[in-house]
Design a protein around this ligand. Structure first.
Ligand SMILES: Cc1cc2nc3c(=O)[nH]c(=O)nc-3n(C[C@H](O)[C@H](O)[C@H](O)COP(=O)(O)OP(=O)(O)OC[C@H]3O[C@@H](n4cnc5c(N)ncnc54)[C@H](O)[C@@H]3O)c2cc1C
Length: 282
């Protein structure tokens, strides 16, 4: 099928983009690489009257490195992250995660911001950004606001973005040299969406211990500090005990299901990775 007819706006500024979206009365959509929106429009699951091209906006292509963080524009592609063409605040973890997204043709066009706005629980950035405690900066008719990654995903395919808001960029704190981090996803074939995701971050210099369980039916579950430490200790013993059991239940994954087994394995492998050389910062 082909998409319904739509108008395309190539705004010169964020103000123009927001204004175009606002005037379209919820019938407008931001277009990034079109990797999700394109198929949805072709199947007529989405029929926007107006597409506002985000890839022409300089603010969304901007990258910046400060002492504390790396800021990546929303229209930075997975391929740019994979190739190291933008700074990586995680010492290579983001590069590795990017390389596991879909296949190269999709990565060439798919964007960090498009993926986050799409809010597919089985996607990668939606699960990694809470682990890294990233902050999303969005702009709408009343100005800009910051949204923490933990509050970003509200439900399946639903983010905290309003209809007439645009994700500008993502600020990702730099990990310290002592940090260990891991991210493990289970999928049937390389490049497919995840069936079970788990990630851990231990950063003693920044006093952070965090766990994320993703690819659930909704937002990822984050565990902080003592809860995360206890879970890691239990998983290091090689068994799925009460803490892992409880975490999976909180993540909405029912016991004795296929999904439970996959998530349990993802958590165990992510902890093993955390303790291996692969999990250490270079
Ligand atoms: C075959 C295939 C396999 C895939 N496998 C994976 C995978 O393994 N892991 C993974 O993480 N992803 C995967 N994806 C998703 C893909 O990587 C893209 O990230 C995702 O489709 C978003 O694409 P996009 O950036 O082109 O955004 P678009 O498709 O252009 O937009 C997606 C949605 O986000 C909105 N949007 C886009 N940018 C903004 C913005 N700046 N502000 C506000 N709203 C915005 C759009 O309006 C739309 O609703 C796969 C996709 C395909 C087609």
């Amino acid at each position: 099928m082909k998409s319904a007819i739509f108008d395309l706006a190539n705004p010169d500024s964020l103000e123009q983009a927001v204004s175009a979206l606002s005037q379209s009365l919820s019938m407008g959509k931001v277009l990034a690489g079109g990797q999700s929106l394109g198929p949805m429009m072709n199947m007529r699951l989405a029929q926007p009257e107006l597409l506002v091209n985000a890839t022409v906006l300089k603010a969304l292509r901007h990258t910046e490195e400060t002492a504390q963080a790396v800021i990546l524009g929303a229209a930075i592609t997975h391929a740019e992250i994979e190739d190291g063409r933008v700074p990586d605040p995680t010492g290579g973890l983001m590069q590795k995660v990017a390389s596991g997204i879909a296949y190269r043709a999709v990565r060439n066009r798919g964007t960090l911001g498009g993926s986050l706005a799409h809010a597919d629980p089985a996607a990668d950035w939606i699960n990694l950004m809470p682990l890294l405690n990233a902050t999303m900066r969005v702009v709408g008719p009343t100005g800009t606001r910051d949204i923490e990654a933990a509050q970003w995903m509200i439900g399946t395919f639903t983010s905290a973005l309003d209809d007439n808001e645009i994700l500008i960029d993502v600020s990702i704190p730099k990990l310290s040299r002592q940090a260990c981090r891991s991210y493990y996803k289970i999928n049937r074939k390389p490049g497919e969406f995840s069936e079970a995701t788990a990630g851990f971050l231990v950063d003693p210099l920044r006093d952070i211990c965090r766990a994320v369980i993703g690819a659930t039916d909704g937002p990822p579950l984050s565990l902080e500090n003592e809860d995360a430490k206890a879970l890691i200790t239990e998983l290091r013993s090689g068994r799925i005990g009460v803490l892992a059991d409880h975490a999976l239940l909180r993540a909405g994954i029912e016991k004795d299901t296929h999904s439970y087994q996959l998530h349990a394995v993802a958590m165990q492998r992510a902890v093993a990775m955390l303790d291996s050389e692969k999990g250490k910062m270079i």
